[in-house]
Design a protein around this ligand. Structure first.
Ligand SMILES: Nc1ncnc2c1ncn2[C@@H]1O[C@H](COP(=O)(O)OP(=O)(O)O)[C@@H](O)[C@H]1O
Ligand SMILES: [Mg+2]
Length: 396
């Protein structure tokens, strides 16, 4: 039975469908390391948890899930990964080694790593603590017994953070090169560690923008999209069954039409409002109720604030502001805005035409891969009706 959950990743019985996607991850992941790409809120984290669960059911297989969303730097990354491995019994012996030596000292803050561009330049020196720690982690991973799915969530956010710490990209490059070697280890011999890297902004987009593509070109891209219309209907039926809310075919169709972009999050969010209306009125839901639920959802905006807050986190304040301006403009018209108009919008701040065009290309690419906008010929249009309405109320 699928419960109505909005916001946090879903697990167990609350996870609906994604059967083909899961199969694909399992099969393709056996041969190659994967890069799971999908805009935010499409269901990546939930899918990774599901993959971890089914992996653990097979004899000789283990799985670890690690989100590096909050890792502030390389040390934070190593800490997140160490803790994720520590949580899995099969990894205990290997992890024990991580809690010794330089890595542990660094994690405890005894051995300090202060990394600026200069320190990176010196990183070939033998006594570089971070190098030691990274080597130690690589060895521990190599040591893991049996087969593993290692699921790393929000990696692009972490890479962007490194790029904010050191704009010339040396730190990000160093990290990504190390990580490529970690993965390469396995492909050369028998592949026992299977990495799936995920994040909303495509790591590919970030890598391309900062000339880092060579560090991730071993990854195979797997895309996760919205539910199909039949799946969305089945999903709504499953939710209504669980919550004892009668939902006619017409109402379900109206929900899908209103949501437009059928990602599970939007369906869950609209359903939660409908549930509340049903509780208050106690009668069968009507088409009008769908309209009411839609407005209420936008009024409280709780589920959508996330979409604008995250911009700061991934782009930094200045760029996030530019992105908000662009989105505000695109939201005004259901048919979006042209590239030329958007370029003019950035013109107030960026006088140099080449700079401006480059900045606009990058921002639009991020907003596209992140699920805000889609490209329709010459125009940039909101991908989701819900999000456009939200944005209009808030900024336009
Ligand atoms: N397979 C699913 N079944 C039911 N609900 C889902 C599913 N996938 C995602 N959701 C809904 O979408 C929300 C966001 O899911 P999440 O996995 O966190 O997405 P992402 O990691 O892509 O941002 C969840 O809180 C839930 O409401
Ligand atoms: Mg997620």
């Amino acid at each position: 039975m699928v419960a109505n959950i909005v916001g946090r990743a879903v697990q167990g019985e609350d996870f609906f469908d994604r059967v083909e996607e899961l199969q694909k991850l399992k099969e393709e992941g056996l041969r190659q390391h994967l890069l799971l790409l999908a805009p935010r809120r499409v269901g990546k984290t939930s899918l990774l948890h599901r993959l971890a669960t089914v992996t653990r059911e097979a004899a000789g297989w283990s799985a670890a899930y690690c989100s590096v969303e909050d890792a502030a730097d390389e040390v934070g990354f190593l800490r997140s990964l160490t803790e994720a491995l520590e949580a899995i019994p099969a990894a205990k012996p290997s992890v024990k080694k991580l809690r010794k030596g330089r890595l542990d000292k660094i994690l405890q803050g005894i051995d300090r790593v202060k990394l600026g561009p200069l320190e990176v330049a010196r990183s070939h020196a033998n006594d570089d603590p971070l190098d030691d720690a990274l080597r130690q982690m690589r060895a521990a991973l190599k040591d893991l017994p049996g087969h593993w799915y290692l699921l790393l969530d929000e990696l692009p956010l972490f890479v962007l953070r490194l790029l904010q710490l050191d704009a010339d990209g040396a730190r990000a490059r160093r990290f990504l090169q190390w990580f490529r070697r970690v993965r390469q280890n396995e492909v050369d011999s028998v592949m026992t560690l299977h990495w799936v890297l995920a994040g909303s902004i495509g790591l590919d987009t970030v890598a391309e923008r900062y000339a880092l593509t060579d560090t991730i070109n071993d990854l195979q891209i797997v895309r996760l999209g919205p539910f199909t219309e039949p799946t969305a209907h089945a999903f709504l039926q499953a939710l209504s069954l669980h919550h004892k809310v009668t939902l006619s075919e017409d109402v379900a169709r109206a929900i899908c039409a209103r949501v437009g972009w059928l990602i599970p999050h939007h369906l869950q969010a609209l359903f939660s409002e409908l549930r509340a209306i049903h509780r208050e009125a106690g009668c069968t839901l009507t088409l009008d109720d769908v309209g009411t639920a839609f407005s209420r959802l936008l009024d409280q905006s709780l589920h959508f604030d996330f979409w604008q807050q995250r911009l700061d986190k991934e782009l930094g304040a200045q760029r996030a502001r530019r992105a908000r301006d662009l989105l505000g403009y695109c939201a005004q018209d259901p048919n979006g805005a042209t590239t030329t108009t958007l370029e003019l919008l950035l013109g107030k701040e960026l006088q140099d035409t080449a700079d401006r065009a480059r900045e606009l290309r990058w921002l639009l690419k991020v907003l596209k891969s992140d699920g805000y906008l889609r490209e329709e010929g010459e125009r940039w249009v909101f991908r989701s009706h819900l999000l456009r309405e939200y944005w209009m109320r808030k900024y336009a």
